[in-house]
Design a protein around this ligand. Structure first.
Ligand code: CMP
Length: 143
């Protein structure tokens, strides 16, 4: 069982896509174990996107992710990291398969609707950056 960190970006929230996006992961069978709306500070954004520091798009990336509220959530399930990335589609929405989230809703690589951790290590780091331990819940879905 894996956990991964997902985040509806400010464009997704503004376009009223948060519910639709969360719903896709629920319907697929993943369990939501953490969920909140927040406004990301510049400091958090720089930590979250640290691996992109120095790249030409870094400033616009940080500017965009701090420009409005995001919906952060954590899912749990089999192969959550790679399965979620498959569901999101390619980073560039124009290259993403039509049935994927980015393929269905985006056209711009900077405003690509959703972020998802790219590895188990990133997932652990990003989950702990955005969620306190007590904000993550354990529950059974068999009731
Ligand atoms: P995300 O999955 O959030 O991780 C890093 C983000 O950087 C990525 O989605 C894109 O939104 C953004 N990104 C990657 N490449 C470019 C680029 N060439 N121009 C602008 N933004 C980019």
């Amino acid at each position: 069982m894996e956990r991964t960190y997902l985040m509806v970006k400010p464009d997704g929230v503004q376009r009223n896509l948060a519910g639709e996006i969360i719903s896709r992961f629920e319907k697929k069978g993943f369990k939501i174990v953490g969920l909140k709306m927040l406004r990301i500070s510049r400091e958090m954004a720089e930590k979250h996107y640290g691996e992109h520091a120095g790249k030409p798009f870094f400033e616009s990336l940080v500017g965009f992710i701090t420009s409005g509220p995001v919906v952060a959530f954590v899912i749990e399930g089999k192969d959550a990291v790679s399965a979620a990335r498959d569901m999101m589609g390619a980073t560039n929405p124009l290259k993403a398969a039509p049935g994927t989230i980015r393929g269905a809703y985006g056209i711009d690589i900077g405003r690509n609707i959703i972020h998802g951790s790219d590895s188990l290590e990133s997932a652990a780091r990003e989950i702990s950056l955005f969620f306190k331990e007590e904000e993550l819940v354990e529950y059974s879905r068999e009731v």
